[in-house]
Design a protein around this ligand. Structure first.
Ligand code: PMP
Length: 368
């Protein structure tokens, strides 16, 4: 074919490395137990499952405004439904935030080892991703503010952060917001917000209520166990929400998803059980990793439903990944995110965690 006769993708699109999802099978196709995507090992709330089955049939479009779901979210979180927008997972909302407020010549800022979607969200609207230095795998507010330029339009902070589990408190979040120029949109990504202890609040919701340049995003994919339904939501000033409403998909949350999410919000017992399970198993796993400190293992302190384990001794992360796969589990190795020496392991059931701990003990012995 003649040169120039084929569709030419935009160069900034070709600079994107497609998101690498957590694996669910070994290289030979053998299925693995998935501790690689931060899903809920307790499954889905039975009430949400029932509501999903009772939802309107799929021959009609869903409510385009997810009105009942937004009102349920508003009631649950003491928010205003007019300040809420739902998305096809919070991924859609992160992308829309970048697209609505940044473009060619602008910068989108986030911290090193931040959530992988931020880079894609920045590039796909033609903006330049800028990566601030981290502090021990977490957000360093001063370093982040030090990277702000007149071109910065959007700042993403995942809190807790994926893949590191790091979290900043309300004081740091306030300092970050106060240090940003008023025209910069601060997106506080609270995908793991429901896993926090009751006394841990980063103040994001209050900032989003009080200021026109803060957007908080949440998801039903994690503690609510609805990752397969793809439901996220965001809250911010009405002007910001209106921008996202202009560019979102018109029917971006399915009827089944809306119904399931409303029921999931109401099943506070399931959420509590999931949070408690996570806290117990995460503490037990972190203690087991700390027992291998002399062998060079370290757990980054985590507020999420996963732990980033660093391998600084004889046992390498990639070798541990293989050993864990041989035992039947998929976990996350993230060399492309600057973490070739680490594995991110989702907190599974007690039996899953026993198995992973046994593999790590055995593998460190073997490597010694
Ligand atoms: N933000 C963070 C920090 C995440 O880890 C994830 C899920 N990996 C998301 C957003 C997106 O989740 P979803 O699109 O399923 O809501």
């Amino acid at each position: 074919p003649e040169a120039g006769m084929t569709p030419q993708p935009k160069p900034w699109i070709m600079a994107i490395h497609a998101y690498v999802p957590g694996k669910s099978a070994a290289a030979d196709g053998r299925p693995l137990i998935k501790l690689s995507a931060n899903e809920n090992p307790l499954g889905t709330s039975p009430a949400a499952l029932a509501a999903r089955h009772a939802a309107p049939l799929p021959d009609v479009y869903p409510d385009p405004d997810a009105g009942a779901l937004r009102r349920a979210i508003a009631a649950h979180h003491d928010l205003d439904a007019d300040r809420i927008v739902c998305g096809t997972g919070s991924d859609e909302l992160l992308n829309l935030a970048a697209q609505g407020f940044a473009g060619a010549g602008d910068e989108v800022l986030y911290v090193r080892h931040g959530f992988a979607v931020y880079d894609i969200a920045a590039r796909r609207c033609g903006a330049t991703p800028v990566v601030a230095p981290d502090r021990d795998y977490g957000t360093d507010v001063d370093a982040l503010l030090g990277c702000v330029t007149p071109r910065t339009k959007v700042v993403f902070v995942a809190n807790p952060n994926n893949p590191t589990g790091a979290w900043i408190g309300a004081n740091d979040m306030r300092l970050l917001h106060a240090g940003l120029p008023r025209h910069v949109l601060l997106v506080i990504d609270q995908a793991y917000g429901e896993y926090l202890d009751a006394h841990d609040d980063d103040g994001g919701m209050a900032l989003a209520h009080a200021h026109p340049n803060v957007l908080v995003t949440r998801t039903f994919s994690k503690i609510y166990g609805l990752a397969g339904e793809r439901i996220g939501w965001a809250t911010g000033a009405p002007e910001v929400v209106a921008v996202l409403n202009r560019i979102r998909g018109p029917f971006n949350v399915t009827s089944a998803g809306q119904a399931a999410a409303i029921a999931a919000l109401g099943d506070t017992q399931f959420v509590r059980r999931s949070r408690d399970h996570n806290a117990v198993e995460r503490a037990r796993f972190v203690a087991a990793v700390e027992n291998l400190a002399e062998q060079g293992l370290r757990a980054v302190p985590s507020k999420g439903n996963f732990v980033l384990v660093l391998f600084k001794g004889a046992l390498q992360a990639e070798t541990a990944l293989q050993a864990i796969a041989e035992a039947g589990f998929a976990v996350r190795w993230l060399p492309q995110q600057g973490l070739p020496h680490a594995l991110r392991i989702t907190i599974g059931t007690a039996a899953h965690m026993d198995a992973i701990m046994a593999v790590l003990r055995h593998a460190t012995d073997q490597a010694a």
